[in-house]
Design a protein. Structure first.
Length: 422
């Protein structure tokens, strides 16, 4: 072989090596099938009855929480947009000038710190759900089904990461683990709710998967998941996230008799990341609302007997209780984002009829097999004392005409409440 042929042979070998390397990086047929099955099952279970193309626009918001949380996100988005338009700025500065940076900071802070309901602070939950709902409202418009996208997208992230985690540490059972996760009744149910539940559950589970990956490998990198997603869970529901994580790790360490796990779990770069993510919002909301610490931490999270009902004054001036008991759970309109609650006096002129969709369980009613459109009568502020046998006193529902209610309905089983909704 002469010298002129040697470079050609070397080039062919390099080409073959590159092709072989590329083929090795491509997923095999089994992996492709697994992804197809996971995608098909997950898409069906998470999107059927949720997005408009699968009939998701036929069911309004239900229960006490969904309309409230969605309305808060809508009001925060309105306040945020008005503030940005007032200074003609966006969240990303137009330039590095001090004025543009200041205007962009004003745009970011406006409407994103204090959750507001009917123009008043609503401090029961942190802001993660509201932020995510605001982003979906901005991209897809304000509607009932877009209010549920934060939960479904969080569930999708959880299912995918369960699949990848198990594929990395327990190959062979990864597809089954992901399918079991996405087909659980609670997962399917809360993935369709406009609530903070999946905002807590999804990042919390991902963070604990990262912690166990660190336990098996000893690589501190995996603790990044624990602290990052733990911070996200704390921004979703507050101190319950680190409390649950600590309880699980304590129980695991006790069962394994490895108490050094507690010390080794503390990773200062992760702690710093956690504090950087969590503290800015908590400090900002406390600064703007001096009662936040007392109400959120002492009363709402630590109190042994939190109040089961709070009063909400609507823009029309009607005050209606929001009940968390099983007997009178939800009093909000199922289409709170598309219309305001109607107000029509009863024949006696002493009561205000407010359409309501009421559930006796914490499971979102989008999964319930049967529904009733229901309403509750409340005494109007200008009316005399109602008759003790009236529906306003007993909190018993009556059927409304199906004029503006969804075709589906919620099964409402309630016992009499003699004093309002207590």
């Amino acid at each position: 072989m002469n010298d002129s042929q040697q470079p050609a042979v070397s080039g062919v070998r390099n080409d073959h090596a590159a092709i072989l390397w590329f083929r090795q990086r491509l997923p095999n047929q089994a992996t492709v099938r697994e992804f197809v099955v996971l995608f098909a099952v997950t898409t069906f279970l998470l999107l059927f009855g949720l997005v408009p193309v699968f009939g998701g626009d036929q069911l309004g918001l239900v229960g006490a929480d969904e309309p409230r949380y969605a309305q808060i996100a809508r009001e925060m988005l309105t306040a945020h947009s008005d503030a940005c338009h007032a200074v003609n700025a966006k969240m990303v500065p137009k330039s590095l000038r001090i004025e543009d940076i200041r205007n962009s900071f004003h745009c970011i802070a406006a409407g994103t710190v204090t959750p507001i309901l009917y123009g008043k602070p609503w401090l029961e939950k942190p802001a993660l759900y509201y932020w995510r709902a605001m982003s979906f409202f901005k991209e897809f418009g304000v509607s009932d089904w877009t209010a549920r996208l934060p939960s479904s997208s969080a569930t999708l992230a959880l299912v995918v990461l369960v699949f990848l985690h198990m594929r990395r540490f327990r190959p062979g059972g990864h597809l089954g683990a992901a399918l079991i996760t996405v087909s659980c009744v609670a997962i399917v149910s809360f993935a369709r709710g406009a609530s903070t539940d999946m905002q807590l559950a999804a990042p919390f589970c991902i963070g604990m998967l990262g912690w166990y990956a660190w336990y098996e490998t000893g690589k501190k990198f995996w603790l990044f998941d624990l602290y990052f997603f733990g911070a996200a869970a704390t921004l979703a529901k507050g101190p319950v996230a680190p409390f649950l994580a600590l309880s699980i790790i304590l129980l695991f360490a006790g069962l394994r008799r490895e108490w050094s796990l507690l010390r080794r779990t503390i990773w200062w770069p992760g702690v710093t990341l956690y504090l950087i993510m969590v503290l800015p919002w908590y400090i900002a909301v406390q600064k703007r609302n001096p009662t936040f610490y007392r109400f959120f931490f002492l009363e709402h999270n630590l109190s042994a007997s939190p109040p089961i009902a709070t009063s909400i004054t609507s823009p029309s001036g009607t005050t209606s209780p929001s009940c968390s008991s099983a007997s009178c759970h939800g009093l909000s309109s199922p289409s709170a984002l598309s219309s305001t609650p109607s107000k029509s006096p009863s024949p006696s002129g002493r009561f205000v009829t407010i359409p309501a969709v009421t559930s006796v369980t914490r499971v979102p009613a989008t999964l319930s097999p049967s529904f009733w459109s229901s309403g509750l009568s409340f005494p109007s502020s200008s009316s005399p004392s109602p008759d003790p046998s009236s529906p306003a006193t007993s909190c018993l529902p009556f059927l409304l005409s199906p004029s503006s209610q969804p075709t589906t309905s919620i099964a409402f089983a309630a016992k009499a409440c003699q004093n309002g909704c207590s």
